[in-house]
Design a protein around this ligand. Sequence first.
Ligand SMILES: Nc1ncnc2c1ncn2[C@@H]1O[C@H](COP(=O)(O)OP(=O)(O)OP(=O)(O)O)[C@@H](O)[C@H]1O
Length: 257
Amino acid sequence: MERVLIKTTQLKKWYGSIPVVKGLNLEVKSGEIFGFLGPNGAGKTTTIKMLTGLLEPSEGEAFICGYDIRKQSMQAKSLMAYVPDQPKLYSKLSAREFLHLISSLYRVPKDITKERTEQLLDMFGLKDRADELLEGYSHGMRQKVVLASAIIHQPRVILLDEPTVGLDPASARLLKDILQNMAQQGVAVFISTHILEIAERMCHRVAILKDGLLIAQGSPKELRQKVGHGGESLEDIFLELTGGHENVELIKSLEEG
Ligand SMILES: Nc1ncnc2c1ncn2[C@@H]1O[C@H](COP(=O)(O)OP(=O)(O)OP(=O)(O)O)[C@@H](O)[C@H]1O
């Protein structure tokens, strides 16, 4: 049986008196690519921040590889990687220096760090500019450095918040290939995205969050069978479940009017 590497039980978050995540029960297994979908403000980033230990849950628990993110945070964090939607880099370091730094924080031995840094720089097409300061990098190039730094310690779990924003098509494809490869090696991949085509093509299972609650969960095919009438795309199902179809109708009526 595959191991559950990400698990939440009745995870909740309030900001002040406002509940934004309302009791999430999630499980992601080794080798699984899990898509976390939902309209703006649904609570996706809040959930990911609780899973990574950046935000304290108001109630409930989250586990990474069986470690409680609050009580065993060092063990949990050493086994995970997090790619935020707005990554921050040390702009006065070069890409090569940054990768060495992150790798050393994860206590990867020096010789392995050097080898993996060169492999990753090569893989992401950054080798020619690896010694330039990151302040001179474009958004997409920075995104690639963050991705490289996230996988340098070979995590068992990777959480990505909107990772394809700013990547050119070739880099987005590279990311997809890397994540699929990681999943084949048993990594649990948790990816929040608004790009439903990515979710449809890449994710083994997706969950749709609305107003802090899970309203559907399953493989894209299962969701189509459960919710659809046949022939719909995941986008149609998403809009149906989240009420986006009303907006489509509204736009149409505005156009007609
Ligand atoms: N620090 C905060 N203080 C108060 N409210 C917050 C804070 N951070 C987020 N929220 C609110 O919590 C809700 C969920 O936000 P969150 O960023 O988790 O949504 P999301 O699903 O990631 O949205 P998006 O797709 O737009 O990135 C929103 O209503 C947001 O305004």
